[in-house]
Structure formats: structure tokens, C-alpha cells
Design a protein around this ligand. Structure first.
Ligand SMILES: [Zn+2]
Ligand SMILES: [Zn+2]
Length: 125
């Protein structure tokens, strides 16, 4: 295999970004990969960074899933608080506090969804 730019010169590597064969004169080495041009080198670095970021995001995802029970406790306490406020103002004003009860209902739904997701996750393990 010869160099893509210098016909006749044997290639020593293949560009990580575009796949062209590259010779000793053309090769640009980045900490992660070899490239045929500055543009490809920059792309290779960017690609590497995106991959790293992706891995980090994945890590955060796992952390968030493990924290679900504490999130559930938070939802539970918040629901009790909101519904408690609803009952309190209903008794105080002798008028149903639809806002608090509505919000409380939404929180209950949220808690159930969070609980279900947590359960699904455990089953998958
Ligand atoms: Zn290239
Ligand atoms: Zn070359």
C-alpha cells in the first residue's frame, strides 16, 4: 500500500479519521491517533473527546440510577408535605385547595413512575 499523497512512497499508517494511507512525511501524530492532515488530526482529537464525554455521561447515568431510592424518599416526603398543606388549607379556608391536591397527585404519579423504573432496573441486573 502506497501513500495517498505521495504515490510510490510506502505507507506506514492509516489515517484514523478518513482512512487514507499515509507515509512518514505525511503522518501527523496526536496523543490518541495518527492522522494524514491537520484537519484529520483535529477531528481525531474531537472524536476522542466526544467519546470520553460519552463515557462520563454513561457513568453519571449509572450513578443517577443507583440514587433512585433516595429520590423516591424525596418524592414521598414532598408529596406528604404538599398534600398536608392541601388538607391544612382546606380545613382552614373551608374550601378545597385544588392546587395543592393537584400538585400532590402529580407527585404521586411521579413517585410511582420513579419506583417502577427502579424496579425495572433491578430486574435487568
Ligand atoms: Zn485523514
Ligand atoms: Zn505521503
Amino acid at each position: 500500500m502506497g501513500c495517498f499523497t505521495h504515490t510510490g512512497t510506502p505507507a506506514i499508517a492509516v489515517c484514523k479519521t478518513c482512512g487514507k494511507a499515509i507515509c512518514r512525511t505525511c503522518v501527523i501524530e496526536t496523543p490518541m491517533a495518527v492522522a494524514c492532515s491537520e484537519t484529520c488530526a483535529r477531528d481525531a482529537i474531537e472524536l476522542h473527546e466526544v467519546n470520553q464525554r460519552g463515557k462520563k455521561l454513561y457513568g453519571i447515568g449509572i450513578g443517577a440510577t443507583n440514587k433512585l431510592p433516595s429520590l423516591l424518599i424525596f418524592y414521598g416526603l414532598f408529596t406528604i408535605f404538599v398534600l398536608g398543606t392541601g388538607v391544612f388549607s382546606t380545613v382552614r379556608d373551608r374550601e378545597i385547595d385544588y392546587a395543592s391536591f393537584g400538585f400532590g397527585t402529580i407527585l404521586v404519579i411521579f413517585s410511582v413512575i420513579t419506583y417502577r423504573r427502579n424496579k425495572d432496573f433491578k430486574i435487568q441486573m
